[in-house]
Design a protein around this ligand. Sequence first.
Ligand code: SF4
Length: 338
Amino acid sequence: MKKVILTGDRPTGRMHLGHYFGSLKNRVKLQDEYDTYILIADVQALTDNFEHPEKIRSNIREIALDYLAAGINPDKTHILIQSKIPEIAEMTVYLSNLVTVSRLFRNPTTKAEVAQKKHIFGNEGESITYGFLGYPVSQSADLTCFDCDICPVGDDQAPHLEQAREIVRKFNSIYGPTLKEPQTVLSTTPRIKGLDGNEKMGKSLGNAIYLADDEEAITKKIMGAITDTNKIKKDDPADPEKCMVYYYHKLIDNPNLATVCQECQKGSRGCVACKKELIKVMLEFLKPIQEKRHYYEQHPELVDKILNDGTQKARKKAQEVMKRVRKNMQIDYDFIDK
Ligand code: SF4
């Protein structure tokens, strides 16, 4: 039996190179080795987008297109929509009894997010909602509903996983061995920097290249990328390690990388020419991804079927787990079910 791995994303926007190199590429590899579930976390996205449900809805298909374009194979991976698995909501309610409000407030990831989202939660977090605070409980339900063995996360999400493990242990200590305790595996894939040199590529930061960006958008973004600020004139020598253009040449494996580096250091390469070369290599790199995406864009009925099949298979698994949960919690009222 293959081990189960669960990953997922909030459908709040299209996916960019940060997602591709930070997780998608790795998921494509893992799907051969594991029984893989990818959760489109629309319920969780609503915790801080509850006033904009249209944004979530419109991005469900976009994110599915990005998965398929990047190489996620629906024959190997269940792609599922969170809100269509009511067992997750039921599990969330049961698990919410097993964690205190003060423990949820102490979660470092929650604290950091509240500080980042002052426009939603107020300067002192006075407007924090019950749903947002309970996000780690809902994540625990995602993991336990599919008997997840492994959940790869970035270090920023590790506290949520630790909280999930605590909740599972508590559940099992009260109701007997029922839920699988997921193992946290810290992702070894790098966090991808933005074109502006920011440590993180992000939609809100405006420094991202999207998998679906066209030539015009890519050209504009790369021409505006940050280079070594000490290089003033075209023939000034520069340090490629201080340049985001070089960073991206490296990231997408430009076969001409050694020459880019040497010419930059010698001052025999101008930044405009260097950026133009990166645009060309970037378009080549994205070509097969975009061709696949285009194919699925032209066949929306296929995407719908993939989402439906993945969700139905995942639901079957969640129903099995929930049967076990209800039995051990002594709320399997068979006389009602009959
Ligand atoms: Fe960056 Fe290329 Fe300019 Fe060097 S020549 S600073 S690598 S854009």
